[in-house]
Ligand binder design. Structure first.
Ligand code: ADP
Ligand code: MG
Length: 240
């Protein structure tokens, strides 16, 4: 589904991603872990061109995103993204947050989008919040809304950048539960997280990033039981 070839990214003369090769197959749940500053967010943001790569290519569902002729907005609509800090529109109701993009892009009529929003809110147990504003919600509720807002666009893949890192501990579980459900339904997911339990339980593959490289990757059981690289062992000894 996503084919990354020799992907590099520099900010000025700071090389942040160094010739990354990676294939993400339909239905995979790829969990990206690694120390702060290793390039995890930059890698994720390059996948939907929120960051422009300085080298290499990215192909999504047969379309080469790095081709200047590509309508990147059209492609991006098929890639849902969830951020650490929710990024909800503060001046809009929850319903409007969810329906805005599908209506604007003509994916749905307002009536269809409203029905979709109702169904999605029901699914995450937040129906009664449709007319509330984001600042009336807890962090965990906001993040569940951010996830269903992305789902309203019927994306082919969901990208998550530390979706639970800004939450109070008691709210982490409710967000991870929504992500687990999504995984069980077969969604293709790329998740940057420090939640090793999630990586183990839900991940089909773990990528360990260090210094702009994918230093090590494996299926979760093997990855956690038998990490190969010293850097991986050091990292895991700090987070487990
Ligand atoms: P991680 O998500 O693993 O913590 P990032 O991808 O955010 O790492 O950052 C990797 C490196 O790139 C860091 O050294 C960071 O300072 C740098 N970086 C990230 N975004 C920018 C930017 N917009 N401008 C300059 N440097 C950046
Ligand atoms: Mg990051």
């Amino acid at each position: 589904m996503i084919d990354v070839k020799q992907l590099s990214k520099s900010f000025g003369d700071h090389l942040v991603l160094d010739k990354i090769d990676q294939h993400i197959y339909p239905g995979e749940k790829v969990v990206v872990i690694g120390p702060s500053g290793s390039g995890k967010s930059t890698f994720l943001r390059c996948l939907n061109l929120l960051e422009t790569p300085t080298g290499g290519s990215i192909t999504f569902d047969g379309v080469e995103l790095t081709d200047p002729k590509v309508d990147i907005d059209a492609v991006r609509r098929q890639m849902g993204m969830v951020f650490q800090h929710f990024n909800l529109f503060p001046n809009m109701t929850i319903r409007k947050n969810i329906t805005l993009a599908p209506v604007r892009t003509k994916l749905m009529s307002q009536a269809e989008a409203d029905d979709t929003a109702t169904a999605l809110l029901k699914r995450v147990g937040l129906e009664e919040k449709a007319d509330a504003y984001p600042n009336q919600l807890s962090g965990g509720q906001k993040q569940r809304i951010a996830i269903v807002r992305a789902l309203a666009m019927r994306p082919k893949v969901m990208l998550f950048d530390e979706p639970t890192s800004a939450l109070d501990p008691e709210m982490v579980g409710e967000v991870l539960d929504v992500m687990k459900e999504l995984a069980e339904e077969g969604m293709t997911m790329v998740v940057v997280t420090h939640e090793m339990g999630f990586a183990r339980e839900v991940g089909t593959r773990v990528l360990f990033m260090d210094g702009g490289h994918i230093l090590e990757e494996n299926e979760p059981k093997e990855f956690f039981a038998h990490p190969r690289e010293q850097r991986t062992i050091d990292f895991l000894s700090k987070v487990l």
